[in-house]
Design a protein around this ligand. Structure first.
Ligand code: XIL
Length: 467
């Protein structure tokens, strides 16, 4: 296992929010400065995932990239894209020696324009395999050469552009024995090790994965996968990761998902949720969509809880694009967006599990602000009037500062919460919008007449100067 395990590459975070504007707080002489941090929350899956150090991906349907609603969601919400079909054997080498990279190249271009990782799917698979390979009646040496040529040519073409490859897909039967694909029956058990060695030679920097479904639970099929990858590692075969497709059924998220992932990461492999969807018997009612939301959140949290789980990819954007209704009659509603590309409860569930919040939770910081903080004291109390001028127009504001002495007993023109010496004032309904160069004010009364210097005050996370 010479390949490294780590969280997703930091390069994916370029679109990410900078979290946690520090709020500097003036300290009284002899008191330590109290460091409070206001955390702005990510409002997209990709920003939220980046803040957790994982990627979040989707399968991309090449034919829908020209639909701007679809492509905006794909670019705004995801940091990784997987070719839903265009990198499969039947698309990329439909007849021997005839390689068609057009669809895959479109995906790579889209990903590069949007600062996304590309997940390559898939090189060696029994399905969507053209008949010239599947039914070609090739000898072992012919098929070996055909398999290796396919891997090498495709990986060479995408070298540097594809971060991860599903080198082998769906090699197992449900009982953990090998699926009798043409590769298995012609080449024997060793075809998997051979495919990985060939892939490693073609692109030594790509991460190389084996991918399958119904291996999320600790079961006979995942035992078969576990035994295989253990033996590959023992033989020094270059393998980096196991993909858990996770085509799940509502209310059937396995309870052993986390411990099962961990037995693989304990081998030093990365694990990835590669094709997540959660299908429902149609029509789906609102209670089912709520449970689906919790279950998307639970799978996401499971990945976050497992060191070495580097990403979660969902299989398609909207319910209308999903493969589910075609393959599982009577089932559907398996994705995060509905038939009209509106986010479903499942979207919010997944975003929240990643630590994000729809709308972001906090408004944008201004480029500059100045504050006047006027205190009228008497022996047992004070009234403070705060007025802030902002250089940037505000659509909602939140002001943070410390109150070194006293408790707030009354306040006006803001919603105020106090926790110890930390105070947060948020706009009232009537003063959320402030023009660039404009100002707003609020005030409060305390039960302490103690004197203190003007605290540092931040507006939407940006520290203001004192007027
Ligand atoms: C599916 C695609 O979503 C469909 O468009 C296509 O018709 C069939 O394949 N496991 C996999 C994916 O590894 O490649 C499959 O994708 C879904 C199951």
């Amino acid at each position: 296992m010479g390949r490294t395990v780590r969280r997703a590459a930091v390069g994916l975070t370029a679109g990410a929010l900078v979290l946690g504007f520090p709020v500097a707080v003036s300290a009284q002489a002899g008191e330590p400065a109290e460091a409070t941090a206001e955390t702005l929350q990510a409002s997209t899956l990709r920003d939220a995932a980046a803040s957790q150090g994982i990627f979040v991906g989707t399968a991309v349907n090449d034919g829908l990239l020209s639909n701007s609603t679809y492509s905006s969601i794909a670019s705004d919400e995801f940091s990784s894209v997987t070719a839903e079909n265009v990198m499969k054997w039947e698309s990329i080498q439909p007849s021997q020696g005839n390689f068609n990279f057009a669809g895959g190249d479109r995906l790579v271009n889209f990903a590069q324009a949007n600062d996304q990782q590309v997940w390559g799917h898939t090189l060696v698979w029994h399905s969507q395999l053209p008949s010239w390979v599947r039914d070609g009646g090739m000898s072992a040496s012919q098929l070996r050469q055909v398999m290796n040529t396919h891997i090498t040519t495709v990986m060479d073409h995408y070298e540097g552009d594809v971060a991860y490859w599903d080198v082998v897909n769906e090699a197992f039967n449900e009982d953990g024995t090998r699926r009798p694909s043409v590769f298995q029956t012609t080449l024997g058990d060793g075809y998997i090790a051979e495919a990985f060695r060939t892939a490693d030679a073609a692109d030594p920097n790509a991460k190389l994965c084996i991918n399958d479904y119904n291996i999320e639970a600790d079961n006979a099929k995942s035992d078969g996968m576990f035994n295989l990858v253990s033996s590959l590692l023992n033989q020094g075969v270059p393998i980096d990761c196991v993909g858990f497709q996770s085509h799940l059924i509502l209310d059937q998220v396995p309870s052993t998902f986390r411990s099962n992932l961990e037995r693989f990461t304990n081998l030093g492999l990365e694990v990835v949720i590669t094709e997540l969807d959660i299908r429902v018997s149609m029509p789906a009612d609102s209670a089912e969509l709520q449970r689906q939301s919790q279950q998307f959140a639970s799978v996401t949290s499971t990945c976050l809880a497992v060191e070495g789980c580097v990403g979660v990819t969902v299989w398609g954007i909207s319910d209308r694009d999903s493969w589910v209704p075609d393959v599982f009659p009577g089932e559907g509603a398996a994705c995060l967006w509905d038939d009209n590309y509106q986010p479903k409860p499942a979207y919010t569930g997944m975003l929240t599990a990643l630590g994000g919040e729809p709308g972001g939770g906090e408004p944008e910081p201004p480029t500059g602000c100045s504050v006047s903080y006027v205190v009228n004291r008497w022996n047992t109390g004070s009234v403070v009037e705060v007025r802030i001028t902002t250089s940037t127009a505000l659509n909602g504001w939140s002001v943070n500062f410390t109150l070194p002495a006293g408790t707030i007993t009354n306040h006006w023109n803001a919603q105020i919460t106090q926790s110890g010496t930390t105070v947060r004032a948020a706009n009232a309904a009537h003063n959320a919008n402030v023009a660039a160069g404009g100002s707003f004010g609020f005030g409060f009364q305390t039960n302490s007449g103690a004197t203190y210097t003007t605290p540092t005050i931040s507006l939407n996370g940006a520290n203001c100067t004192t007027a």
